[in-house]
Design a protein around this ligand. Structure first.
Ligand code: PRP
Ligand code: URA
Length: 209
């Protein structure tokens, strides 16, 4: 069974409280998504393998550590996942980026795919799927299905807010995928929105409502 990490760091929780506030406008909301994604990235990359290297400092030779192992890829689920990409690329500039476009059908709440473009060597990369919201889990499962069809073997999911229903669905379909989130909220409402949540993440990031 996969691990679920809820990142209860005070800085993350403070920023998330402001994001949830319905009075927070688009400009600030977008900045907060970015800031939280950067802080989460720090934790979600904690177990990346390193290799010892010798570095010549101005004083002497220092035994240091640098990243080793698989190269990384960041895969946002469009649209809202785009809001988490810049902060991650700032920290991991060599990462490649794939895009998976999914929207939830308003009636069935099931994901509908409309775009996909992945790095050619995605199957050899450590993949971070990013999306602020894990609600029913349908979008996350569809994205991970798709990545596995493209040969991905090592996938980590990063969400800002999740809920028990979404975690269960991802865990059942993909028990090998660890999930990092800033909060696990209480439940879904009748429209499959997370409660208390923050509303529609895509609309709040892009100002479309
Ligand atoms: C939101 C969110 C996730 C999805 C989560 O996207 O960004 O992708 O819903 O819901 P699920 O877990 O029930 O699948 P949405 O479909 O609203 O599209 P958008 O990002 O274009 O706004
Ligand atoms: N998508 C969102 O943007 N918010 C939710 O609460 C659920 C799905």
């Amino acid at each position: 069974m996969a691990n679920v990490y809820v990142l209860d760091h005070p800085l993350i929780q403070h920023k998330l409280a402001i994001m949830r506030d319905k009075a927070t406008g688009t400009k600030e909301f977008r900045a907060l998504v970015n800031e939280i994604a950067g802080l989460m990235c720090y934790e979600a990359t904690r177990n990346l393998p390193t290799v010892d290297v010798d570095v010549e400092t101005p004083i002497c030779t220092a035994r240091c550590k640098m990243l080793a192992g698989k190269k990384l890829a960041i895969v946002p689920i469009l649209r809202a996942g785009l809001g988490m990409v810049d902060a991650m690329v700032d920290l991991i500039p060599s990462a490649k980026i794939g895009h998976i476009g999914l929207y939830r059908d308003p009636e069935t709440h099931e994901p509908v795919e409309y775009y996909c473009k992945l790095p050619e060597d995605i199957g050899n990369r450590q993949v971070y799927v990013v999306d602020p919201m894990l609600a029913t889990g349908g979008s996350a499962v569809a994205a991970i299905d798709f990545l596995k069809q493209h040969g991905c073997k090592s996938i980590i999911m990063m969400n800002i807010i999740g809920c028990p229903e979404g975690i269960k669905r991802v865990n059942e379909a993909h028990p090998d995928v660890d999930i990092y989130m800033a909060a696990c909220d209480e439940k879904l409402n009748d429209h499959a929105y997370i409660v208390p949540g923050l509303g529609d993440a895509g609309d709040r990031i892009f100002g479309t409502k």
